[in-house]
Design a protein around this ligand. Structure first.
Ligand SMILES: Nc1ncnc2c1ncn2[C@@H]1O[C@H](COP(=O)(O)OP(=O)(O)OP(=O)(O)O)[C@@H](O)[C@H]1O
Length: 228
């Protein structure tokens, strides 16, 4: 089997908030690498920097020091437009709360990123419908987010996150707002989708049972990413 491609690499990443006496060093020389096809759980106590790590990895925040590589390309010196373009084409995000657009149907929410990327409406619709079917919410495509259950909303949000076939999926507590049974069901669908598409995923979760199903588990200790 050919060696798996490095999709995400963090090298010596520092990230701090505040200034002077109130400075808070969250990431301190953090190193991490994720390859295509891998699913990694990020399990760490509240406030240790899981969201910060995901934001830096997803090019939403700049590190104060260090380098972030997406698909082998160092992103530190890129313009904001170039970073946005990489985010749109290569990275999918899922959050604890779905952030679906309330005035659009589930289907339209999944079509949206594809149309922004320039896909024709017919193709975007076909792919959106297929993804919703895959996430077992195809029958709710015409409904607006408020008409869906929490688990259905998250499944639509996951379909939207992978609509542009990203290389990397970053999920911040994707099942944190759901009851355990629904969380497990949503996670099954997420895992199947990631395995089937071969993308790389990093999923921050407090749920140790779900974390145990992933390929690797990492945590944040003293500002560094460590395996456990
Ligand atoms: N923009 C910011 N300005 C100042 N402090 C921040 C900012 N963002 C995060 N922090 C602080 O950095 C620390 C790490 O935050 P982060 O959200 O990454 O933690 P987390 O591990 O994701 O926590 P949780 O599990 O509670 O979501 C926290 O102490 C937080 O208050």
């Amino acid at each position: 089997m050919p060696p798996r491609k490095s999709v995400l690499k963090l090298a010596g990443v520092d990230r701090q908030y505040g200034q002077g006496d109130t400075v808070l060093s969250i990431l301190k020389g953090a190193n991490f690498e994720l390859r295509s096809g891998e699913i990694v759980a990020l399990v760490a106590p509240s406030g240790t920097g899981k969201s910060t790590l995901l934001h830096v990895a997803g090019l939403l925040e700049h590190p104060d020091n260090g380098e972030v590589f997406i698909n082998g390309r160092e992103c530190g010196k890129l313009t904001d437009e170039q970073r946005t373009s990489i985010r749109r084409s290569d990275i999918g995000f899922v959050y604890q709360f779905h952030h679906l657009l309330p005035e659009f149907s589930a289907l339209e929410n999944v079509m949206m990123p594809q149309m922004i990327a320039g896909l024709a409406p017919k193709e975007a619709q076909e792919r959106a419908a297929a993804l919703l079917d895959y996430m077992r919410v195809g029958h709710r495509g015409d409904h607006r987010p408020a008409e869906l259950s929490g688990g259905e909303q998250q499944r639509v949000a996951i379909a939207r996150a992978v609509a542009n076939a990203p290389l990397l999926l970053l999920a911040d507590e994707p099942t944190g707002n759901l009851d355990p049974q629904t969380a497990s069901y949503v996670f099954d669908a997420l895992e199947a989708l990631v395995r089937q598409s071969g993308l790389a995923a990093m999923i921050a979760t407090h749920n140790h049972e779900l974390a145990g199903r992933m390929d690797r588990r990492v945590t944040i200790e003293n500002g560094k990413v460590v395996e456990f």
